[in-house]
Design a protein around this ligand. Structure first.
Ligand code: FES
Ligand code: FES
Length: 174
């Protein structure tokens, strides 16, 4: 078809190529071309943040990015958080701490949280609330979300300690 361009975007670790219209938004690329419908669309004014994904590790609203702008880059959506065996710590924490009600905002909130914890592994409550400013939750009042993100930070810090202890043991054996 005329006016199509090829894009190659790594999505959740998989190289995804497609011929698309240059005006296609990243959120539509994810949902319609790749069927990754965990990334939600909650507004048409770029305010709700339900469409948040990581672009090269940074949270972005995928309704404000053209798919062609993500060409050659790496995207993580909510579908890419868990591995085959277990939930990502942020998903585990939202489950344990009841960080959601209807769940519509949850993919965007969790991705924003993962972006925050990538930058700041031990955020204060204020820093968590700042990081969530662009993501609107209409149900929870945010407190359980904040609690869940704090809990995820603790789990991730514990996992790092275990990984460090394991690598020291390997060094000792050598
Ligand atoms: S869909 Fe609401 S900010 Fe993107
Ligand atoms: S849990 Fe319903 S909008 Fe956040």
């Amino acid at each position: 078809m005329a006016n199509q361009v090829e894009v190659s975007i790594k999505v959740n670790g998989v190289d995804s190529k497609a011929e698309i219209e240059p005006r296609m938004l990243l959120v539509h690329f994810l949902r319609e071309e790749l069927n990754l419908t965990g990334t939600h669309i909650g507004c048409d004014t770029s305010q709700c943040g339900a469409c948040t994904v990581l672009l090269d590790g940074d949270p972005v609203k995928s309704c404000t990015v053209l798919a062609v702008q993500a060409n050659g880059k790496s995207i993580t959506t909510v579908e890419g958080l868990a591995n085959q065996e277990e939930l990502h710590p942020i998903q585990q924490s939202f489950w344990e701490k009841h960080g959601l009600q209807c769940g519509f905002c949850t993919p965007g909130v969790m991705i924003a949280a993962v972006g925050l914890l990538g930058e700041n592994p031990d955020p204060s409550e204020e820093e968590i609330r700042d990081a969530l400013e662009g993501v609107i939750c209409r149900c929870t009042g945010y407190q359980f979300i904040v609690d869940a993100i704090k809990h995820a930070a603790q789990i991730m810090a514990g996992e790092e300690k275990v990984a460090m202890a394991d690598s020291l043991k390997v060094e000792e054996v050598r």
